[in-house]
Ligand binder design. Structure first.
Ligand code: 1GP
Length: 226
């Protein structure tokens, strides 16, 4: 449907946060490759549907990153399913996904569904605490990336620094490890310079918070990846 292989930039909108219709329009028309809807706390079906109706007035592809089963709805182009590789609980890697497939496996369109091997690198972030993660060393992070590519053959490895700018050297190292699995980087990108620095290595960068904190700068990150 869309050529995901060519994507470089994604804006992530949090259904639990306020955003104006006017801003949604600007984000959708920014030239970004896709809009991802996802968050950690208070993600409700209402919030997910409200964002979808705003985004659907534009032609940009829209992805639901599944946070909980209750907020899943038809109408998105793609569904990304996080598997938290560095969680200490099997629940975040396997069990909630298993439960979802048990309930909805008969009606799922598997062509729209993609797994993301998450490695959460910011121990101060909500998502790190929510998923009860362990902070991996650089060597351990590389090992997760290798597992994502060679053992699990995942389409995406998501290096998640949510809320803080990560280590570009590590992003470079990880990118050199991955040939088939695409590297998604997210976290703390607030300027076009940061967007350019990370996009030199990551296949796709995700910009989230900056849209709420400094939208004008955030919109400029798109161009920096092209
Ligand atoms: C969050 O990776 C995304 O899941 C983006 O991070 O909000 O820090 O931009 P920021």
């Amino acid at each position: 449907m869309y050529n995901i292989d060519e994507w470089k930039h994604i804006f992530k909108l949090d259904p639990a946060k306020e955003i104006s219709e006017e801003m949604i329009d600007k984000i959708c028309e920014s030239g970004t490759d896709a809009i991802m809807v996802g968050g950690t706390d208070d993600v409700t079906l209402d919030g997910v549907l409200q964002l979808l109706s705003g985004i659907r007035r534009h032609t940009v592809p829209v992805i639901l990153e599944i946070s909980n089963i209750e907020s899943v709805t038809p109408g998105y182009d793609y569904y990304f399913v996080p598997l938290v590789l560095n969680s200490q609980d099997k629940k975040w890697m396997m069990d909630i996904q298993h439960q979802a497939v048990l309930e909805y496996g008969d009606i799922v369109n598997w062509d729209e569904m993609f797994a993301e091997g998450y490695c959460i690198m910011n121990d101060k972030s909500k998502v790190y605490q929510h998923a009860n993660c362990n902070l991996p060393s650089n060597e351990e992070t590389i090992a997760y990336a290798r597992m994502a590519e060679h053992l699990f053959r995942l389409p995406f490895f998501y290096l998640e620094y949510s809320g803080t700018y990560g280590d570009p050297t590590l992003v470079k190292t990880i990118s050199q490890e991955l040939n088939h699995t695409k590297l998604i980087y997210g976290g703390g990108i607030a300027t076009k310079e940061q967007a350019a620095e990370i996009s030199a290595y990551a296949d796709i960068i995700v910009v989230g918070n900056a849209l709420y904190d400094n939208p004008k700068e955030a919109l400029k990150t798109v161009k920096a990846t092209k």
